[in-house]
Design a protein around this ligand. Structure first.
Ligand SMILES: C[S@@+](CC[C@H](N)C(=O)[O-])C[C@H]1O[C@@H](n2cnc3c(N)ncnc32)[C@H](O)[C@@H]1O
Length: 309
């Protein structure tokens, strides 16, 4: 399926793109948002287009490669944004965009493991780097760790029963996407008569993806570096798709917009914290009903924007 970028108009407004300005797109994906930014920053604004997935970078190259030396493609993890910027000699930037998660195209690739119909339980954004897969977690991790990630990352109410059933079934045969999905469906069927519209395996699959890619830590590291790189007046825009990500963005923006970050137990301020940001979106921007109708993926998107002081 072709990836349709979400909240495009809102992102451009949030980033307040002007002619000649330079941006970092930390999740260039298929290049949709970057293409729009390049148009508004004509004639010579630059984009540093980062993605962890070489296949996404190839798709982005097709779309925005014709902009020539206005685009620099970088294969990397935004958790390493500080060192990426050092390598690229970026000391200040006018705006940074994060559009988190995976694209519809990645979802559809059967060997990636992002969808229920995938052949393998993989879920790595960059398979060539090796490392942990969702299959390793499901088939090797102890029950306590499975319960923890299903609860913490998936907010799954049946984390315990699902984890225990995984451990029992995997001793007979290695679990794959289909058998994991079936196992969860069976547990839900036994417990609840009514079915929700959401596939019962959705939360466990999301938890696995977050754990495989250490997504929450990556986001924390990426935000920290991005805020430091912004020039005064520079903008940061973050689109998230689930509550844990949105919470991290909200708290980071709030923390960086405050004068003091001392705990309530401190009688006087000892932190010497200086605010770095002004929050632009008190509440996250969400998609209009029209956009949701045209692009289902946008229904859970939340955009937060802040400006560097
Ligand atoms: C929702 S898609 C981006 C779509 C893009 N904004 C567009 O308009 O076409 C998210 C992209 O982020 C990439 N990604 C996820 N985690 C990443 C990370 N930690 N570092 C770099 N890229 C990452 C994924 O590979 C995927 O291509």
């Amino acid at each position: 399926m072709k990836h349709i970028s979400v909240l495009t108009k809102e992102v451009l407004e949030g980033l307040a793109v002007k002619s000649g300005e330079d941006f970092i797109d930390c999740t260039v994906g298929d290049g949709g948002h970057s293409q729009n930014i390049l148009k508004l920053s004509e004639p010579d604004g630059k984009i540093f287009a980062i993605d962890l997935d070489p296949v996404s970078l190839a798709a982005a190259r097709k779309k925005i490669g014709p902009a020539g030396d206005r685009v620099r493609f970088i294969q990397g993890n935004f958790k390493d944004l500080k060192s990426i910027a050092e390598n690229e000699n970026i000391t200040e930037i006018d705006g940074v965009l994060f559009d988190l998660g995976y694209s519809s195209r990645q979802m559809d690739e059967p060997n990636r493991g992002f969808s229920f119909s995938s052949v393998d339980l993989d879920m790595r954004y960059n398979q060539s780097l090796g490392g942990l897969t969702a299959s390793d977690i499901v088939n090797d991790w102890p029950v306590g760790e499975l319960i923890r990630i299903f609860k913490e990352y998936g907010e799954e109410r049946l984390a315990g029963p699902i984890a225990k059933e995984i451990v029992s079934q995997r001793s007979e045969e290695k679990l794959d996407s289909e058998s994991l999905r079936q196992l969860i469906a069976d547990i839900y069927k036994r417990r609840f008569r009514r079915h929700s519209r959401l596939d019962p395996a959705t939360k466990v699959f999301m938890a696995l993806r977050i754990a495989v890619n250490d997504e929450l830590k990556a986001l924390e590291g990426g935000l920290e570096a991005a805020i430091d790189l912004l020039a005064p007046g520079g903008r940061i825009a973050v689109i998230s798709f689930h509550s844990l990500e949105d919470r991290i963005v909200k708290h980071k923006f709030r923390e960086e917009a405050r004068d003091c970050v001392c705990g309530p137990e401190a009688p006087v301020c000892v932190c010497n914290h200086k605010p770095k940001l002004k929050i632009v979106t008190r509440k996250p921007i969400v998609a209009t009903p029209k956009e949701i109708k045209e692009n289902q993926r946008s229904r859970s998107a939340k955009l937060r924007v802040a400006t560097k002081l």
